[in-house]
Design a protein around this ligand. Structure first.
Ligand SMILES: C[S@@+](CC[C@H](N)C(=O)[O-])C[C@H]1O[C@@H](n2cnc3c(N)ncnc32)[C@H](O)[C@@H]1O
Length: 356
């Protein structure tokens, strides 16, 4: 395959730098906008090409030395070569650009990105894979495993669990989720400090003295339980019955948690015996779906339920943008706040506040 010299113009969502060759976009991982690099084209499509970095000829002032010996081979991190402040600037820009490109949303009220206090050593859980005696993560762009002794973005107690797994005589092939003890076996946010900042942000966005909160995809009630003071009634829905059991522990009479599919959110709300028709002006809905975002049914249900305020927490800006495109026919965006839940990786968390 051929080697080309490129000027990197941008870092696209997903983490790869973008240059142009004869007008065609060429994606090169581990580069920074402004850099001149040589890269080997490894995949050529009609509209774009993919290349591997060969050499950085003119380096960005934001280029730093990665802390992890596996960086560049492991599929987990994409930005360890970029100074943290600049990672934040890139992520903020990517959110704005994805909302514009996919959501057709212009001039959105973007707030500053909330950084992570810890740039390494923050992950409170990892899933490693074991096959034929190799224990680690998948290689970049591949299903082959790379043997990992220590993951620098993970907490010490998670790395301790990894050492213990690796020390076992025989580890069966399969997937192993290693958690910082004593976290429960239900969904919990990966970076505790940024999760708390997200929860505080949401508490600040929600008006006091309301009637009803619907927390869809609530897991163990991480958001709902922080908002109890502001509502007369709280309904949480999640299909993970262990998470719902955890949410029900110590629940006050105003909290109702339902083990069910958010697809049936309207039925769940009426089964909880809550009358919200009539005075929707006192209802807030939070949605925090998985990376796939909201289904067409759920988007329609949200429009039908017509809450006064909607808070959409997303771990995947492209599906967020797709959903907002439709929801913005009924709702107006008050603020978009990116959060850096996953420093060194290309992942971005976003909280969007809307009103009817
Ligand atoms: C991103 S997590 C949100 C967790 C929660 N907001 C928190 O901060 O702990 C997504 C949650 O959605 C749940 N989930 C995914 N799809 C669902 C569906 N169709 N119906 C109900 N729950 C669903 C999962 O079990 C998981 O707990």
């Amino acid at each position: 395959m051929r080697i080309v010299d490129l000027k990197i113009q941008d870092v696209a969502f997903g983490g790869k730098g973008v240059g142009r060759q004869n007008g065609k976009a060429v994606f090169v991982p581990y580069t920074i906008e402004g850099e001149t690099v040589s890269a080997e084209i490894v995949r050529e499509k009609k509209q774009f090409a993919e290349a591997d970095l060969v050499d950085v000829k003119e380096s960005s002032l934001d280029r730093v030395t990665p802390e992890c010996p596996y960086f560049g081979r492991c599929g987990g991190c994409a930005y360890q070569h970029i100074a943290y402040e600049h990672q934040l600037a890139i992520k903020w820009r990517q959110v704005r650009d994805v909302l514009k490109r996919i959501g057709k949303l212009k001039d959105v009220p973007m707030r500053p990105i909330i950084p992570s206090p810890q740039q390494y050593g923050y992950r409170n859980r990892i899933t490693v894979h074991a096959q034929d005696g190799v224990i680690g993560f998948f290689r970049r762009d591949s299903h082959r495993l790379i043997d990992i002794e220590r993951c620098p973005i993970s907490r010490d107690d998670v790395n301790h669990a990894l050492s213990e797994l690796r020390a076992q005589q025989q580890v069966r092939d399969g997937h192993y989720t290693l958690r910082a003890s004593p976290s429960p076996r239900v969904f919990s946010q990966t970076n505790a400090a940024v999760a708390n900042a997200l929860r505080e942000l949401i508490v600040g966005l929600v008006a006091p003295n309301q009637q009803l909160l619907i927390d869809a995809y609530c897991s163990a009630g991480f958001f709902a339980k922080a908002l109890l003071d502001k509502f007369e009634r709280v309904i949480g829905i999640d299909w993970d019955r262990f998470a719902i059991a955890a949410a029900k522990e110590n629940a006050s009479p105003k909290e109702t948690y339902i083990a069910g599919d958010v697809e049936d959110v309207e039925a769940a709300v009426s089964a909880a015996n809550v009358e919200i028709a009539g005075d929707t002006a006192a209802t807030t809905m939070i949605v925090d779906p998985p990376a796939t975002g909201l289904s067409a049914n759920v988007r329609k249900a949200i429009v039908d339920l017509a809450p006064d305020a909607l808070i959409y927490v997303s771990c995947n800006p492209p599906t967020l943008a797709r959903d907002l495109k439709e929801l913005c026919e009924k709702f107006t965006i008050d603020s978009v706040t990116p959060l850096d839940m996953f420093p060194q990786t290309a992942e971005i968390e976003v909280a969007v506040h809307l009103h009817a």
